[in-house]
Ligand binder design. Sequence first.
Ligand code: SF4
Ligand code: FES
Length: 363
Amino acid sequence: MTRPLGMLAELTYECPLHCPYCSNPVNLGDYRDELTTAQWRRVLAEARDLGVLQLHLSGGEPLQRRDVVDIARTASELGLYTNLITSALGLSARRAEQLRDAGLDHVQISIQAHEAAMSDRIAGLPSFERKVAAARLVKKLGWPLTVNVVLHRLNLDRIADVLALAEQLDADRLELANTQYYGWALRNRAALLPSRQQVERAEAVVRAARRRLAGRMEIIYVLPDYYDDYPKPCMAGWGRRQLTVTPSGDVLPCPAAQVLPLPRASVREHSLAWIWAESPLFQRFRGTDWMPEPCRTCFRRDIDFGGCRCQAFLLTGDAARTDPVCVLSPDHEIVAEAVRAANADTRPVSDVLTPRPHPRDAR
Ligand code: SF4
Ligand code: FES
């Protein structure tokens, strides 16, 4: 068994934005009981003892937690490399300085598109200008900056403009994250899934930008898995390198695993070390023994680990099946059909999106 290197701490599901591809659970109203500051301190200490090196403070919007500076300070004192994953709403100059003084190492800001009208429409809130101002503040305070843009049918054709924006902001790293179809994104898949032509054009733009910006800006771009032959090695394997702690203290092998019908594991009841090493949840899909055919005898089983358990469950109802993205999966037709629909000449031009609600409105 390996040790976890990274932990995603989802401090809260509160968020002022309404992104239609949000990876938070669709039953947001069920999550009210957030861990206290003292409980987070204990979890971070246990994470460090377990071997975690990188901590990602996320949500929802982590800046909605009043104690985010205290939590960042605790992480820094424990020696964790700490990254704030934020929409930047709430990152005032004062708060940013407090976070810097607390020892926060890195900031990742999500922006929804290359310009205000589209970005604000996707975010469901006027926010673009504030994000740009916050990105400049991050650089001014000397932090490394990652800009994250979730890509989909509505913004993929503007990828050159997204690259130009990241350059203007002097981002050290640009994460071009093709939408993953879980949670809210799966609900909105018909409007979000791009066409093959869009994907191919975007890839060519990214290849050229990587050459041009080599040594100045790192560009992360992974092909959308619906257009790949084989699935992604989700989380680098179940219970292998990463763990997620949700606002209410559940511990998960990946951020989307709340949907899976598996036994829960919570820091309210167990130590992180026990959950990682012994809980039925973390053991369920660890390694390769759980695999069905065709994964069991496949040459790629130690490369992609059978793909994504959450995608398998959401598309087939069984988390133990081969990820349907894989061309070898007996369920591949489910993905092929969605791809055909996204490429059909008769595809209705649908840009109607179901926005993620605010948690209090979901209760
Ligand atoms: Fe990966 Fe399984 Fe497909 Fe082989 S059959 S490529 S292991 S998902
Ligand atoms: Fe849960 Fe891939 S997102 S295993």
